[in-house]
Design a protein. Structure first.
Length: 445
């Protein structure tokens, strides 16, 4: 299809991984900085309850938009393998079906969310003083979610066709817009939490429109062609089987958020939800290079698996785990040394400054081991093996973390919540290692 796609099967793995992972990492970094700056502005210019409101609402928006993410990752896995097998016509048809599914389903769930706003917010933990700002924030960002879903669908497809720099731009441009608009709407126009939501919603629109421009331009061989919008049932099943892994994972994360918010409120009150909001932002920022390696891994592994080049697939797995583990260990050291300084970036509230650093340290203790779990589950998705991909994807949040969040606070109070994160990381990594080692021995000789 183009030179960049063919390089996925020929170029040196370490060089190729860097070429794919660096733009992905930069994009995730900028997106994370955007989320962090957003939280800083909200925390300093609006207040603690606004941080808690965003912590409650954003998982709802991401749950709806995860439909696009799931369709994008599932479809891009098929596209990568189709390109590796030189089946370009299937790649076009898959992409057309991805667009139809994303647009239809995202708008359906947005309307559903709009009509059932209040019970949904309560379900996700908008209790006490949080419900007012959460409602204001939700009402405005919900209309940007279809654009976010479309962007999340298109981003992995752009990487699958060998254009990681453009995929990076889909994350950078909206982040820049959101930061600028935050200052305008919150600081200068004094629109409060509504202004924060408006800035976020417009930034989602920018991201979606950039994706649309890319696939209408001459920058890619995989273009938007209306005749492929007609749903093909066999392709639909394949997309859902693989994309369902991501959707179920996000659904599990949303269930985890509900349980977390209720547990945090029960054992630590509203301020504990704000503490988790800061920890969550630090996680997004700190782990951006590891997530970038995982995103860079997917198209390389998928293309070479489709080309039946098992040696390169195995090399890609080993190189990705090596790179990611080294990065994760470095991140762990920095967080252990500077927890108070990191928290101080977000807030001047003395209660938050007193509670958050210790919680942050506990939550990040197992960071050095997480790469194996991320790459292992990503491999099975890239290879089109839906059931093991689903199982491994659900390991941390669904199988280990949710039960731990239920159990540990009964014995350790609020610290039990923070302890749940590293324990879940270690257990899920051990199980993933066993699965991946067996897969390499049997199918990647």
């Amino acid at each position: 299809m183009n030179k960049q796609v063919n390089e996925l099967g020929t170029e040196k793995i370490s060089k190729l991984l860097l070429k794919q992972a660096i733009p992905a990492s930069i994009g995730i970094l900028v997106m994370s900085i955007n989320m962090i700056v957003d939280t800083i502005f909200v925390g300093r210019w609006i207040g603690v309850m606004a941080i808690a409101a965003i912590t409650v609402v954003l998982p709802i928006a991401f749950l709806i938009s995860s439909i696009g993410m799931g369709i994008g990752i599932g479809g891009s896995s098929i596209i990568s393998r189709a390109l590796g097998a030189k089946n370009n016509s299937k790649a076009f048809e898959v992409f057309g079906n991805q667009i139809s599914l994303t647009v239809g389903l995202s708008f359906f769930f947005v309307f559903l969310g709009t009509f059932f706003c209040f019970p949904i917010l309560q379900l996700f933990g908008a209790n006490g003083n949080i419900i007012g700002p959460a409602t204001d924030y939700f009402h405005v960002i919900i209309w940007g979610v279809p654009f976010l879903a479309f962007a999340m669908m298109g981003n992995p497809v752009i990487r699958a066709v060998g254009k990681p720099n453009y995929a990076m731009c889909t994350l950078i441009f909206p982040a820049i817009f959101n930061i600028i608009l935050d200052v305008v709407f919150i600081k200068y126009m004094n629109l409060g939490i509504y202004g924060a939501g408006l800035a976020t919603s417009i930034s989602y629109g920018v991201s979606g429109l950039f994706i649309l421009w890319f696939f209408l331009s001459k920058n890619t061989g995989l273009r938007i062609i209306p005749k492929y919008f007609v749903i093909n049932v066999s392709i639909l099943k394949e997309i859902i089987a693989l994309g369902g892994v991501t959707i179920v994972r996000q659904g599990t994360i949303s269930l985890l958020v509900i349980i977390l918010n209720y547990t945090l409120f029960k054992y630590g009150g509203e301020i504990s939800i704000a503490v988790y909001g800061i920890i969550n932002r630090v996680m997004m920022f700190a782990l951006f290079p590891v997530l970038g390696v995982t995103q860079g891994f997917l198209p390389i592994a998928g293309y070479n698996y489709g080309a039946n080049n098992t040696i390169r697939v195995r090399q890609t797995i080993n190189t990705s785990i090596l790179f990611g583990t080294g990065i994760a260990a470095s991140i762990f050291i920095l967080i252990m040394i500077f927890p108070t300084e990191l928290v101080g970036i977000f807030t001047e509230d003395q209660d938050l400054l007193g509670l958050t650093p210790d919680a942050l340290i506990i939550a990040f203790i197992a960071t050095p081991v997480i790469t194996t779990q991320l790459i292992g589950s990503a491999y099975f998705q890239a290879a089109g093996k839906a059931l093991p991909a689903l199982f491994l994807t659900l390991l941390k949040q669904g199988i280990f973390l949710i039960p731990l969040v239920f159990i540990l606070p009964r014995y350790f109070g609020i610290n039990g919540v923070w302890m749940s994160f590293p324990i879940a990381d270690i257990l899920s990594t051990l199980v993933t290692y066993i699965y991946l080692k067996k897969e390499i021995k049997l199918n990647l000789k």
